[in-house]
Design a protein around this ligand. Structure first.
Ligand code: 15L
Length: 284
């Protein structure tokens, strides 16, 4: 075990260990902060394992840091040892050349599930994305049971992961809640955000609900706040007990004129700016 693996001599082993991948990113930091009161002896989680490409500093009691590249299968197997549940936030977070997406979001997610199977981990909460259905027109009402229409390699990689999650549930009983997250930022930034915004507090509610709910099987839900103008249905929210509290409408006056050029794919499709990215030149 590397020095970063534990920050305390009496880290409990066995049940009650939660792993957060992508813990150094914006969502990882928000989640880590929110979990502070839930981790420790007699708490919901005995122990929090934080993973990112580089070691994470400023560890609290009952936290540990493990630097790990998602594409490294052996390292991922070590990362999952003793883990009961995972919130998987790691990987490429925006549309990118296929080679990059492939490493972290295709190989990486395979490594995660295979390591989870070997470790006996029973629950994964997966940060999927609205970009799985980003090629639906803006304004269309979309539900998780409608056909996927990814808007790029990134969206397609999230769809691959959702498929893998279903397979690992059907064959090995690992439960997953796929969260098709919208725009998880402190406040909505443009007209699209009136529909796609997921506030940080609602993101935390959604993640907690997804970790706590019993018998979820493999469930896919949209991750969005209670926006008046949302495009995505709350199908499945009742299964995990998620009730969003925030609404992007409060920012309407400030953001409704922030739009992409009329007629462009970015203005027309739900995926917004991602429709303006790619194809990418071939890597040397
Ligand atoms: C996502 O899936 C991305 O990770 C994030 O960077 C945002 O672009 C978000 O979707 C969105 O659609 O706003």
């Amino acid at each position: 075990m590397s020095k970063e693996m534990t920050n305390s001599g009496n880290v409990p082993t066995g049940r009650g260990r939660l792993l957060v991948t992508g813990a150094a990113g914006a969502l990882g930091r928000v989640l880590r902060q929110a979990l502070q009161s839930d981790v420790g002896p007699q708490k919901e989680w005995q122990h929090l394992r934080l993973s990112g490409r580089s070691p994470i500093g400023d560890l609290q009691d009952f936290e540990e840091s493990v630097a790990c590249n998602l594409a490294d299968r052996e390292a991922m197997e070590k990362l999952l040892v003793g883990v009961d549940a995972v919130v998987h936030l790691g990987g490429q977070a925006v549309e990118s050349p296929f080679e990059d997406i492939c490493e972290s979001n295709i190989k990486g997610v395979f490594n995660l599930y295979e390591a989870a199977r070997l470790a006996g981990c029973s629950r994964i909460v997966f940060a999927s994305s609205n970009h799985v259905t980003g090629c639906y027109d803006q304004g269309e009402q979309i539900s998780p049971d409608m056909p996927a229409r990814p808007d790029g390699y990134y969206g397609a990689s999230k769809l691959f992961a959702e498929g893998l999650a279903q397979m690992y549930f059907d064959r090995y009983g690992i439960e997953t809640v796929n969260l098709r997250l919208g725009s998880v930022i402190p406040k909505p930034e443009d007209r699209r955000g009136l529909s796609t915004w997921l506030s940080y507090p609602d993101f935390i509610r959604l993640t907690h609900a997804s970790l706590r709910a019993k018998n979820v099987g493999c469930l896919t839900v949209y991750g969005v706040s209670a926006n008046t103008q949302k495009w995505w249905s709350g199908l499945g929210w009742d299964k995990i007990g998620y009730e969003p509290q925030d609404n992007a409408e409060a920012w309407r006056a400030e953001i409704e004129n922030k739009v992409f050029p009329a007629g462009s794919m970015m203005a027309k499709k739900q995926g917004g700016s991602f429709l303006g990215l790619g194809p990418f030149p071939k890597a040397d």
